[in-house]
Design a protein around this ligand. Structure first.
Ligand code: UTP
Length: 224
């Protein structure tokens, strides 16, 4: 099986989360040793948002701010590469052909951001499309898609499935540098055009293990 896993940059934001990152990387080691192929895409996390806000104070353009975000995602990717040691392709991968080459060399390609105008979710969707992955897993802080905003409504319920149409409505409210939350429109466009099997889960090892075993966790994107 071919899996593309997008790791929220928040996983590198605090010491607690770094302990979880270690566990996540162990899960990834296990599935690659079992003969599966994994491609990783790492987000920018809190640091990218902080640097973007600093740049915004000085009126940098949205694409300049995106470039700052991309730089931070690549720094996070470097940490993940170092943590995976000889399992990972040693350089941050910045195009899809190189990701495929890394697989040919039995290495895990690790990517950050690519170009302004979208988030690392779009990079992960494009990588999943390019590599004809069996499953795209988006490991996020949110853990899945809820029927209402869970930060405002404590009774919000996590959906088992969400249609691409409904997800587009949910995400259409925020499209600025540093503010692509759950997914972005570019990512959803790619997922929709290639009907990529996609699951949004929590950024923790237990959720990842369940998703890899096809067990119930998070939210599937469905196409009507
Ligand atoms: P992300 O928004 O993807 O990382 O990238 P994040 O904040 O860690 O998101 P989650 O928690 O993983 O979902 C950080 C910023 O880098 C820029 C955007 O400004 C984005 O908000 N970026 C990233 C790009 O412009 N292009 C890319 O290909 C990737």
């Amino acid at each position: 099986m071919r899996y593309i896993i997008k790791l929220s940059g928040s996983i590198l934001d605090s010491k607690e989360n770094l302990i979880e990152l270690k566990k996540i990387l162990n899960e990834i080691k296990v599935i690659t040793k079992n003969g599966n192929k994994v491609g990783l895409v790492v987000g920018g996390g809190r640091r990218s948002r902080e640097f973007i806000e600093t740049g915004r104070m000085f009126n940098l353009s949205e694409s300049e701010l995106d470039q700052i975000g991309i730089a931070l995602t690549r720094i996070n990717a470097m940490v993940v590469i170092g943590a995976l040691y000889d399992l990972a392709y040693p350089r941050v991968v910045s195009d899809f052909e190189d990701a495929a080459m890394a697989w040919n060399e039995q290495k895990i390609p690790v990517m950050g951001g690519l170009t302004p105008g979208h988030s690392t979710n779009a990079v992960a969707a494009l990588l999943a499309e390019y590599t004809r992955a069996d499953l795209l897993i988006n490991a996020t802080k949110a853990g899945g898609v809820f029927d209402r905003d869970p930060t405002k409504y404590p009774n919000a319920l996590m959906l088992e499935n969400v249609s691409i149409k409904d997800l587009k409505k949910i995400i259409s409210s925020s499209f600025q540098a540093g503010k692509y939350e759950l997914m972005d429109e570019v990512a959803l466009g790619i997922i929709e055009r290639s009907k990529i099997r996609t699951k949004i889960i929590g950024a923790d090892a237990v959720s990842l293990r369940k998703a890899l075993k096809g067990k119930k966790t998070g939210t599937y994107i469905v196409f009507e």
